[in-house]
Every structure is written in C-alpha cells, then in structure tokens.
Write a protein that binds this ligand. Sequence first.
Ligand SMILES: C[S@@+](CC[C@H](N)C(=O)[O-])C[C@H]1O[C@@H](n2cnc3c(N)ncnc32)[C@H](O)[C@@H]1O
Length: 275
Amino acid sequence: MTGDAIKTMKLYSRVDRVYAQLRHAGIADGDPIPPDLLSRFDQYHYHGTEAVDEGIARLALKPHHRVLDVGSGLGGPARFIAGQAGCRVTALELQADVHEVASRLTERCGLAHLVSHKRGDVLDGAVPPGRFDALFAWLAFLHIPDRERLYRRCREALRPGGGMYVEDYFERGPFTDEERETLAVKVYSRNLPRLDELRRDLGRAGFADIVIEDVTASWTEHVAERAQAYRDNREHEVALHGEQVFAGLDDFYSSIAGLFRAGNLGGVRLLARRP
Ligand SMILES: C[S@@+](CC[C@H](N)C(=O)[O-])C[C@H]1O[C@@H](n2cnc3c(N)ncnc32)[C@H](O)[C@@H]1O
C-alpha cells in the first residue's frame, strides 16, 4: 500500500491543520509545544489519552520496555506513552504527510530522544522482528484487510512474552451493502472481522492469552457526541480551516456516528501475548 488510496477518508485530508489549531491555542509555528496541550489535537481514536492510559496499565509498561505503535497517526499515543511511562517508542505510520507532521510535532515537544518515527507499511516488515516488549494499535487494523499477514507481522515484531493492545472496529452486524460502501470509501475499511473470527485468526497467527472486550456502547456514545460537538462548533472550524475541510470532517464524523448508531459496527479492545 502506498499511502494515497487511504485519502478517501477525510480525517487524513490536510493533516497540517493541527498547526492552525496550535496557533489558535497560542503556539506559534516552530515554537516548542507543551505535550499536554497538543494531546487535545493529536489523538485520532476514541476517548483520547484516557484510552492510552488504559493501554499503558493493561500492558504494565515499564521504562525499559521497547514499544511499537502501529499506525501511529500524528504520534499522539506514542508521545503520551513515552511521557507517561518513560519508554522508547517506535511510531510506525504509512502516510508520508502524516509521518512528517508527526515527526515535527515530536521534535517540538522535546520527545525525539524517546519517540522515533518510521514511515512504512506494517505488512512489509517495516520493523525489525523480535524487538518489542509491547505493541499498540489504535484504529489502525481497520484499514488493513489482509488480517492473516497483519497478525503474523505483529506477532513477529514482539519478543517472546511481549504483549499486544489493540482498539479497533469489528462487524457486529451483518453490514448492509450501503454500510459496506460507506466503510470502504469514507473509512477506507474492508473485511472487518466478527469477534469469533478475530479470536480464531489471532490464535492461528500464534497469539495466546487472547482477551476480547466489546466497547461498542461507550464508543457509540462517544462518536455521537463528537459529531454533534463538531457541528455545533461550525463557525470556529470554518474560520480556522475553511469550508471544504469542515464539510469533509463533518461528513466523516456523522457517517461514523451513523454506522455505530445503526448497530452493525462495533468497537473492540483486544489483548494478546506472544508465547
Ligand atoms: C485512525 S488513525 C489512528 C492514528 C493513531 N493510532 C491514533 O490513535 O492517534 C490510523 C492510522 O493507521 C495508519 N495505517 C493504516 N494502514 C497502515 C499500515 N499498513 N501500516 C502502517 N500504518 C498504517 C493510517 O495511515 C493512520 O494514520
């Protein structure tokens, strides 16, 4: 995957919009950024840094642990993990523009000694095998239809005994044709697993101690509130980013809220270990 096809998902348009958000918060271009201020803007998943705290606790991270964040986006979770747990984190991101903005943000947060950004596709073996004590992925697996290869790559990245923590989508439904189309185009997501398939495929890929938690109820509420809050803030958002960016994100947030509300899209928190 080159990283361009995924741009049908509007969250990934004009990712440099984070700089406008920072300027609005009083941080001029190029100035140092307090990481706790940035964390309002750099988490591309649900429940922000609370969700990352949950991951840190569940994998009992220690400062000596080597961490891999797969599909690291703007680097929000990676920087938060480094800041909270003191670990060294490799942030692996597919899209060139996202990777570049993420690297720059990490430098400006003064965290480049702990977080190293790497551009690449997790399926292509972009990271060295057997190196990591912990692997995280927030809302990245949903973009990767070749689950067999994905899970194998993730297991290989971990050292024996290493743990994986994932938050992602699953097919609770069956999806309608229209939902499949919305997922494919607006979310760049195909081939989401059912929970029984998820457990089976992770077992086949060699994971053990698999724990699967259905978090659909909390995500359904979260995405509904997010969509409403974004729309309520229209004037501010248009002033900051322009009409086109607002329209794209408004459509994206309301489509996600609609998919969860309809009941066929679910959210899962998943833990597993490489034996
Ligand atoms: C919804 S974003 C979440 C970003 C980040 N995990 C967060 O929670 O803030 C998913 C990210 O996964 C990345 N991604 C998708 N497929 C990937 C792949 N095959 N290898 C590496 N990254 C990938 C996307 O480019 C995107 O930035």
